[in-house]
Design a protein around this ligand. Structure first.
Ligand SMILES: *[C@@H]1O[C@H](CO)[C@@H](O)[C@H](O)[C@H]1NC(C)=O
Ligand SMILES: *[C@@H]1O[C@H](CO)[C@@H](O)[C@H](O)[C@H]1NC(C)=O
Ligand SMILES: *[C@@H]1O[C@H](CO)[C@@H](O)[C@H](O)[C@H]1NC(C)=O
Ligand SMILES: *[C@@H]1O[C@H](CO)[C@@H](O)[C@H](O)[C@H]1NC(C)=O
Length: 280
């Protein structure tokens, strides 16, 4: 019984929803005459329609814009180029926005934005197309501007000299002058062994920054003479350079004061004795 009711409900709700969407299509202005879309001469000034774009309304019209490539990864100072094109011909103005040196809008079906040198850290280019009846439509081009790390260094936080077995120490890896920090992956090593891989949690800035990563270690006696180092790599995704920009720190050598050697044990006992003398 119940099963036979469901198709009816589905059908009714479908009819109801299409009845709601009906007035929307009534209120959209009727398409203009073909002569209005493509004026015979280019004398008709498109500037009034440009002001429509200023509040950046959501694009409602079907819009067949395409940008090639669809995203860009570029090193600061390198050239950049992207081609915005449309496959639907009833648009009459195609342009780029949000750029310091945007090309002149065109009535053609593609427009290339290119620069010899990228000199901004935060670029959010947008390609738009305007038409009489469809309103504006737009497409963003995601751009990542990067800078390889200037230098990577490693040190112990608040500690110099030999270490004690079982105590906790903090290793600190500093990556200098890198952008964007959110794409940075830092790995700590002991000799050839990778210890941990870290990312910056909340630095979303696009300008170069110096970022510090830490790792707590508590050395055992086997760590005497161990070499610690860290490596910073920019993970820029598939659009990035073939070999990701990276830099390594120098080695820092761990020297343990308390080892299992008898001589060291003697030293320890002497130290303990001196300590007890002080207490007494
Ligand atoms: C831009 O893209 C359009 C459409 O794919 C193509 O016809 C045109 O040749 C391209 N222009 C450049 C300069 O790459
Ligand atoms: C390192 O030492 C400085 C000054 O002695 C102190 O302000 C800081 O909190 C210490 N850092 C850590 C991680 O212990
Ligand atoms: C650091 O030490 C490792 C071995 O532990 C060695 O392979 C590497 O070349 C050293 N790096 C530098 C910069 O000396
Ligand atoms: C990142 O988070 C830490 C603590 O979670 C906070 O102390 C620090 O100020 C934050 N940094 C930024 C740039 O928001």
């Amino acid at each position: 019984m119940c099963e036979s009711v469901w198709p009816v409900i589905v059908l009714l709700s479908h009819l109801f929803s299409s009845a709601i969407s009906l007035p929307v299509s009534i209120y959209t202005p009727p398409p203009p005459l073909p002569s209005q879309i493509w004026p015979p001469s280019s004398s008709s000034a498109p500037s009034p329609s440009l002001s429509v774009l200023q509040p950046t309304p959501p694009s409602l019209s079907p819009c067949l814009l395409m940008i090639s490539p669809s995203s860009l990864v570029v090193r600061f100072g390198d050239p950049v180029k992207a081609n915005c094109s449309l496959s639907q011909m009833d648009f009459y103005l195609l342009g780029w926005e949000n750029l310091q040196r945007a090309p002149q809008p065109t009535q053609g079906n593609f427009l290339v934005w290119s620069e010899d040198r990228v000199t901004e850290w935060s670029i959010k280019p947008m390609c738009y197309a305007l038409s009489d009846h469809g309103g504006p439509c737009q497409l963003h081009l995601p751009v990542t501007v990067y800078k390889p790390p200037e230098k990577v260094s490693i040190s112990f936080v608040n500690h110099t000299g030999p270490m004690f077995e079982g105590h906790q120490y903090t290793l600190q890896c500093t990556v200098w002058d890198v952008a964007p920090v959110k794409n940075l992956i830092v790995r700590f090593f002991r000799g050839e062994t990778e210890l941990v891989q870290l990312k910056s949690i909340n630095n979303t800035g696009q300008k170069p920054a110096t970022e510090t990563f830490t790792l707590d270690i508590s050395p055992s006696k086997d760590d005497n003479g161990a070499q610690y180092w860290c490596e910073a790599k920019l993970d820029l995704g598939p659009g990035g350079p073939e070999s990701p920009p990276m830099a390594k720190s120098e080695n820092i050598t761990a020297t343990l004061l308390w080892t299992s050697h008898c001589s060291s044990r003697a030293v320890v006992l002497i130290l303990l004795f001196i300590q007890m003398k002080i207490w007494l």
